[in-house]
Design a protein around this ligand. Structure first.
Ligand SMILES: Nc1nc2c(ncn2[C@@H]2O[C@H](COP(=O)(O)OP(=O)(O)OP(=O)(O)O)[C@@H](O)[C@H]2O)c(=O)[nH]1
Ligand SMILES: [Mg+2]
Length: 366
């Protein structure tokens, strides 16, 4: 899972990156002021999963592999640029295209500039940035497709007409200022439009970056902040990135003490991953064996065959059947082989819908 951290300059993107990854990069380092407008930092974080840990304890494999999240700390959106159409540069757009979800940091702390935070305004502005950048793509492409329609014939003509219709649909949405993520595109349209990698189609988590004072005053820190209504595939969470970034640098014992001191029930590094799985509709399944115990990430609703494909395309192509047992039933039985004697193990075909927490063994032939 790839998540890109975006937001206006000096909103605390790098602080959030540090809080989520434990990386030691310096705040204010690189990014927008250095000239490069692409990716500033990247870090891989393993997805905490107690189920996987317990399976590993029982199985004692040579290797335990957690699912992973890649976080990208990207250059800030230029406020100056934002007033001209889009504040996102080409390099930023390229860096963003391949991401699964966006995490938009919004300043809610006093940065000493004398300009008070404007959470609602910034949230709307970021949403609009992404809409404008998509609209630009659509408007660049539409005339080309229209020209094509007069040139080609047969299958190509059909294709061009379908693309034209899909782009017009999206153009209408975007012109109203709405992000693509808030609409259900038909599977056909979705397929045609996938290549455009529209940014406003990506699920987004708005992270309200609070000052230390908000934490110390306790209670629900989000309740005091004016947040505009959220649309489909949008979520909001608050954190104090500066503090959580510091806490990340401590030993586990010290971390526990400081989290308690600051009334942080769950570190944002864990919480954000949970929210993103939720936003993206992702679930985990496991494979267990003496060599490796491993967690895999798939879309909720995936079939057994698609799950096999997450491991290897050969497994998907040559899929025969899957042996499935829930992780906790496997633990209770004492091992995968033992579940064959209980009724917990079930044999499933390619259409089986994989459930979160399934342990799977695929049989295939190529
Ligand atoms: N009080 C407070 N200050 C913060 C917080 N997060 C970041 N800052 C400060 O705000 C400044 C900018 O933080 P960065 O994390 O570098 O912000 P950025 O968005 O990465 O900035 P650019 O990459 O330059 O656009 C730094 O001086 C941080 O110490 C926070 O949660 N609370
Ligand atoms: Mg930065």
């Amino acid at each position: 899972m790839k998540i890109g951290i975006i937001g206006f300059q000096r909103s605390g993107k790098t602080a959030v990156f540090r809080a989520l990854t434990g990386s030691k990069v310096e705040e204010g380092a690189a990014s927008s002021h250095g000239g490069s407008r692409g990716v500033a930092h990247m870090a891989v974080v393993k997805v905490p999963d107690e189920r996987l840990e317990r399976l590993a304890v029982q199985t004692q494999p040579q290797k335990t592999t957690f699912a992973a999240v890649e976080y990208y700390d990207l250059a800030g959106i230029d406020r100056g640029d934002a007033e001209k159409k889009t504040g996102l540069g080409d390099e930023q757009l390229n860096a963003l295209g391949n991401l699964d979800a966006l995490l938009a940091v919004i300043r809610a702390f006093d940065d000493g500039s004398g300009i008070p935070p404007d959470v609602a305004g910034d949230l709307d502005a970021i949403r609009l940035e992404l809409v404008l950048s998509d609209l630009q793509k659509v408007e660049n492409r539409l005339p080309k497709v229209e020209k094509n329609i007069h040139k080609v014939s047969g299958k190509e003509l059909e294709q061009s007409k379908m693309e034209f219709a899909a782009l017009q649909k999206v153009q209408k949405i975007l012109e109203e200022g709405a992000p693509i993520r808030s609409f259900d595109l038909s599977p056909d349209d979705e397929k045609i439009l996938r290549g455009f990698m529209f940014l406003s189609a990506k699920p987004i988590l708005y992270v309200i970056n609070l000052g230390e004072d908000a934490l110390q005053s306790g209670g629900d820190s989000l309740a005091k902040i004016d947040i505009p209504p959220l649309g489909k595939n949008e979520q909001v969470a608050a954190m104090c990135a500066a503090i959580e970034a510091e806490i990340q640098q401590l030993s586990p014992e010290e971390q526990e003490i400081f989290l308690k001191d600051y009334n942080i029930a769950e570190p944002s590094a864990r919480r954000v991953i949970r929210i993103c799985y939720d936003l993206l509709g992702y679930i985990s399944f496991f494979t267990v064996g003496p060599k490796e115990v491993r967690a895999w990430t798939i879309r909720d609703g995936s079939t057994a065959m698609q799950a096999a494909g997450a491991i290897h395309s050969d497994m998907e192509r040559g899929f025969i059947r899957a042996e499935v047992v829930r992780w906790d039933k496997l633990l209770a039985a004492g091992g995968f082989a033992q579940t064959k004697k209980t009724a917990d193990l079930h044999i499933e075909g390619k259409e089986y819908i994989v459930k979160d927490g399934d342990v799977m063994l695929f049989l295939f032939s190529v």
